[in-house]
Design a protein around this ligand. Structure first.
Ligand SMILES: [Zn+2]
Length: 244
């Protein structure tokens, strides 16, 4: 599976009365250039949101889309139907914005480290014609989950390993909160060497690289920080987190 770090929002640049969906856009994208199409192998977007709010599938998420130059390999592309042929008209329906917020929440559950953008952030275009920042604020969706400053000392890269392929935002957040408390108590950065969700024990297991001289104190502090257990290892400290 490719690594996904961005969600990019687009519009179809069609009039409000044009009730089109993924099928029509797929035709435009796959029709040969000689017939006025783009001549692509598949539809460029992963999702299309119709005028009535219905979410339709485009190409599979595992496949890189064709929607934003330089960003296709690592992003998911969503197309809102509407916006006007010249990108002049924010004519989208409430149903569409509602569905968009639902879809973004689902995507974040699966890809929690993604940031959300309008196409116009990466190209000299009006697309998606509406203000993404305003929409996200209205629906309470963070543009960048790391902007919240909740875990100021950890960066997405360090945590892509912690998250792995998991789909457990709750235990992930709990673990980050506890790591942040542990880091504060320890007074030094924590280096995560391994992390995994253990299905049998229903626990998150995180290995930290800690110098031998500090292992005993970090093992104890980990419990104060909220981990359910901890023990010293050959290279540092292993901590465990359980869902509350
Ligand atoms: Zn676009």
């Amino acid at each position: 599976m490719r690594e996904i770090t961005e969600v990019i929002l687009h519009c179809s640049a069609t009039w409000s009365k044009q009730d089109i969906g993924a099928k029509e856009i797929e035709n435009w994208h796959t029709m040969p250039k000689s017939k006025g199409g783009r001549g692509w192998a598949h539809i460029g977007y992963h999702f299309v949101i119709r005028r009535n709010g219905k979410i339709e599938n485009g190409c599979p998420i595992a496949t890189a889309g064709i929607h934003c130059s330089g960003h296709n390999a690592k992003s998911i592309g969503i197309c809102m139907v509407g916006g006007g042929p010249m990108g002049e008209d924010n004519n989208f329906t409430d149903a569409q914005f509602h569905s968009l917020s639902f879809l973004l929440t689902q995507i974040r559950n699966n890809y929690p480290l993604t940031t959300i953008h309008g196409h116009n952030e990466f190209a000299q275009k009006a697309c998606p014609v509406f203000s993404v920042a305003k929409f996200l604020a209205e629906y309470g969706i963070p543009k960048d989950p790391w902007d919240c400053q909740r875990w100021p000392h950890f960066k997405p890269k360090e945590f892509s390993a912690l998250w792995g392929k998991g789909k457990m935002p709750q235990i992930w957040e709990q673990s980050l909160d506890a790591l942040e408390r542990l880091r504060t108590a320890y007074g030094k950065p924590l280096v995560i060497t391994k992390s995994e969700w253990n299905d049998d024990f229903q626990r998150m297991i995180i290995d930290l690289r800690i110098p031998a001289s500090a292992r005993a104190v970090v093992t104890k502090r980990a419990i104060d920080a909220g981990f359910i257990s901890s023990r010293a290892t050959d290279t540092g400290v292993r901590v465990y987190m359980e869902k509350v």
